[in-house]
Design a protein around this ligand. Structure first.
Ligand SMILES: [Zn+2]
Length: 300
């Protein structure tokens, strides 16, 4: 599988998108303060008889340290893409210098990856990749498969954010990861069928609610549409106007030192009371309208 995936990477030039993640494929686990969401446990890396993390080879990309049991050169398309991702996340969000390293554990196969996570966090939903933040370590776990590029763009974004900021609200963490997982230049491409899915929900009576999103604290509470809405809010904030972009950047500045600054919904309401209506209009301007949904649904 690894060689096959490498071949796909080479064919795509390293920046191509291999498939689309139709479902939210990651959860960021934030186990701050010692890590007690699943019980406070040390990482059993060297214990005999248990699966361990990869450790034979490593490649550093700024504060991202990729470790694997297979050789990965600095020129590998995967490594180069991570470097580019880091640069675009830092530049777009004007992030400060990172305070911590991010370990990126690349397992050779899915079986070993699953076994490791199962022993570390029994009962964890089966996903292709995870980001785990603890007071000891920021770590991305994934395996060499045909979606590794997309998964790494998403998970590494979590790592890059948490390495520079005191905290990242759950919705923003996922919204930004969904935003930066989309390849291509410039940033801001549509993420799969999210526009159509949101439009369909809107035509069925769903309405965006940033205040509600900001209230969600457990990653297991996030529904698929919450990922989509978070992505759309990030897109709106970064692209709808210089004022909304500035508001998001100011919020991120506050997150450098405070994990819970004044909520963004309150800030937006302060400058534009009808910000939710503007958000809906923005979605429509992206072609996310009820009629577009119906066409898309019938077209598939
Ligand atoms: Zn995520």
């Amino acid at each position: 599988m690894r060689d096959q995936a490498r071949e796909q990477l080479a064919q795509s030039g390293g920046g191509g998108q291999i498939g689309r993640c139709a479902l939210a494929c990651c959860f960021a686990l934030l186990l701050l303060g010692g890590g007690n969401l699943f019980g406070c446990r040390a990482f059993p890396r060297q214990t005999a008889g248990v699966t361990r993390v990869p450790e034979k080879h490593s490649v550093r990309v700024e504060n991202l340290l990729l470790v694997s049991d297979f050789k990965l050169s600095k020129k590998d398309p995967l490594v180069l893409e991570l470097q580019e991702l880091r640069e675009r996340v830092v530049a777009t969000l004007k992030l400060p210098e990172p305070r911590r390293d991010v370990m990126v554990y690349l397992f050779s196969d899915q079986e070993t990856y699953r076994a490791y996570l199962a022993q570390l966090y029994p009962g964890l939903p089966d996903r292709r990749a995870y980001f785990v933040g603890t007071s000891e370590e920021l770590a991305v776990y994934t395996f060499w498969g045909n979606r590794i590029q997309e998964d790494l763009r998403h998970e590494a974004t979590h790592g890059i954010l948490h390495a520079s900021l005191a905290g990242v609200p759950l919705w923003l963490d996922e919204g930004l990861a969904e935003y930066f997982e989309v390849p291509g230049s410039p940033v801001g491409g549509m993420n799969g069928d999210y526009p159509q899915q949101l439009a369909m929900a809107t035509s069925n009576g769903w309405r965006p609610d940033l205040d509600r999103l900001e209230s969600i604290e457990e990653f297991t509470s996030l529904q698929r549409i919450d990922y989509q809405e978070s992505w759309a809010w990030v897109h709106y904030l970064l692209h709808s106007s210089p004022e909304t972009r500035q508001e998001l950047l100011a919020y991120i500045v506050d997150l450098r030192d405070s994990p819970q600054p004044e909520r963004l919904a309150s800030r937006l309401e302060g400058i534009t009371p009808a910000y939710s209506d503007r958000f809906l209009s923005y979605m429509s301007s992206m072609g996310i309208s009820g009629s577009a949904v119906i066409r898309a649904a019938h077209g598939e």
